[in-house]
Design a protein around this ligand. Structure first.
Ligand code: SF4
Ligand code: SF4
Ligand code: FES
Length: 497
């Protein structure tokens, strides 16, 4: 193919069109579609209006991801596949039926605003401003993994966005369906594809959930139990006679770098061997690992389910642990803890929270330079990696785990079809809507089965639990460890001569 053309493959429910479009400077996908209609297929149906990322009508799937055609730049030599938006009925070719989703929006607005006077809160006004920038393109709906798993559970991110808008404006006249509000895993996939960069989980979903909690109409009972437990005991799961902190609080390893280990609830009470792997790494690589006994749950499950008042109490308790340890860096090996410490704590604690937080894979790659170490796995394994949503999208960390896995001799690393597709464990879905969490994890287990791997690794105990159960449901002979354990095994003396 010549470099001065763009090859466009249009796949619709009824036909497939392949076209070569002469490239022109500054060309976007919408120009290419118009060329195809004007020069090759005069009956090709698609929509557009503003050509300026304003009207939302030109959204399509571009190489499997939703995007605005008028906001998708092309380069000479590009080969691009275009399909109609997912999760919305197709009218013809690339034209979809928006009313399928927007009828939910119409039912929501405008609600009766009974107060004749209400002082405007500047913070609420700012959130409203962001939510109101929605152009109803439905890119978020096409990307939502909950809708992929089970249509109807969650009517879509843009509906949740509209609910948040109404919850801010309407006070207690606001009565959303609880299944809709809690059927979101806070995976940030909608935010990733939104052309207006609307923070749907943070500004919409958590806003609605917090409003329902303020009014005593939320969260779901299992969330409430987790919230009470976390505030009363400092842990979001029950004690079962084993605690990592009881055995390992104190200092391990020696070196110039002082690292505080924020364990998280599951490593403390359910997966102490994952914490032990980090202790072994500290001893092997030579850094000081401080494990303060006073640390408690980070509050992630509470923040995500709208129990902000309870989560804030935990943040202040953890502040004492950070001050006691006074580390150079805080390390987490749970994506949920890491995202909460990085994104929620600065908001809640302000300048009092002065520590750098790193996921264990960031620490290993950037501070400890582990990929320059002799890493050798005891034996040979084929491994795939699941991106936790709260690590890839909430922390921007996805290259580091792969760099580590590719550096270990004896590990054959293979990617699954959609490594960053949500497994269903987050946002209170695993505790509040277990069937949905199972359904979503089963999709990922299917991808793992296709690869024939020995190991499925990740850096999140919540994903780990959800995925391990899915792998077991399929009767697969696949181990599901935290990536920290793989590194600890590869650093053992056998590997270092
Ligand atoms: S929230 Fe963003 S992606 Fe979703 S419809 Fe609105 S503008 Fe489009
Ligand atoms: S955060 Fe994830 S699950 Fe929730 S609405 Fe957005 S895409 Fe769907
Ligand atoms: S044509 Fe209006 S958003 Fe693309």
């Amino acid at each position: 193919m010549s470099d001065d053309v763009v090859k466009v493959r249009i796949v619709t429910p009824d036909r497939e069109i392949e076209a070569e479009v002469p490239y022109q400077d500054g060309m976007v996908l919408l120009d290419a579609l118009r060329y195809v209609r004007e020069e090759i297929e005069p009956d090709l149906t698609f929509m557009y209006s503003c050509r300026n990322a304003q009207c939302g009508t030109c959204a399509v799937m571009v190489d499997g991801k939703p995007a605005l055609a008028c906001d998708t730049p092309l380069k000479p030599g590009d080969e691009i596949t275009v399909e109609p938006l997912k999760h919305v009925p197709v009218v013809e070719d690339l034209m979809v039926d928006w009313t399928y989703v927007t009828e939910h929006l119409r039912r929501l607005a405008p609600v009766a605003h009974l107060d004749w006077f209400r002082r405007r809160d500047p913070e609420e006004a700012e959130v409203l401003h962001e939510l109101r920038s929605c152009i109803e393109c439905l890119c978020c709906v096409a990307a939502c993994p909950v809708i992929s798993a089970r249509e109807g559970v969650n009517p879509g991110p843009t509906v949740l966005r509209k609910l948040a808008e109404e919850s801010i404006k309407a006070g207690d006249t606001f009565t959303p369906d609880r299944g809709t509000v809690y059927g979101c895993t806070c995976c940030h996939t909608c935010e990733e594809v939104c052309p207006k960069d609307i923070e749907i989980p943070g500004k919409a979903v958590e806003t609605v959930r917090a409003r329902l909690r303020e009014e005593g109409r939320g969260p779901l009972d299992p969330h409430d139990e987790v919230g009470k437990l976390a505030v009363e005991t400092g842990r979001s799961v029950t004690y079962e006679g084993e605690s990592f902190l009881e055995r390992y609080s104190g200092t391990h390893g020696e070196g110039d770098l002082r690292v505080m280990f924020f364990t998280g609830c599951l490593v403390d009470y359910r997966l102490p061997h994952v914490g032990e792997a980090l202790v072994r790494i500290a001893e092997e690589l030579g850094f000081e690992l401080v494990v303060p006994e006073s640390q408690v749950c980070c509050g992630s499950p509470l923040f995500r389910t709208g129990q902000r008042d309870r989560a804030e109490k935990l943040a202040f308790r953890n502040l004492e642990a950070f001050n006691e340890a006074d580390p150079d860096v805080v390390v987490t090996l749970c994506a949920g803890c890491g995202a909460t410490l990085k994104n929620d704590y600065p908001e809640v604690l302000g300048e009092r929270f002065e520590w750098e937080v790193m996921d264990v894979t960031e620490l290993l790659v950037h501070e400890l330079k582990v990929t320059e170490e002799p890493l050798e796995y005891p034996g040979e394994i084929k491994v795939t990696y699941h991106d936790p949503c709260h690590l890839k999208r909430a922390q921007g960390v996805w290259k580091e785990p792969r760099r580590i896995l590719k550096a270990v001799r004896g590990v054959e690393f293979v990617e699954m079809k959609e490594p960053d597709r949500c497994c269903g464990a987050g946002g209170g879905v695993r505790s509040g809507m277990r069937d949905l969490a199972r359904l979503m994890a089963d999709v990922k287990a299917g991808m793992v089965e296709e690869l024939g791997v020995d190991v499925l690794t990740t850096v999140c105990p919540f994903c780990e639990y959800n995925l391990r159960e899915a792998v077991d449901r399929r009767d697969l002979d696949v181990e599901v460890p935290n990536l920290t354990e793989i590194v600890a095994r590869a650093l053992q003396p056998h590997a270092r001569g």
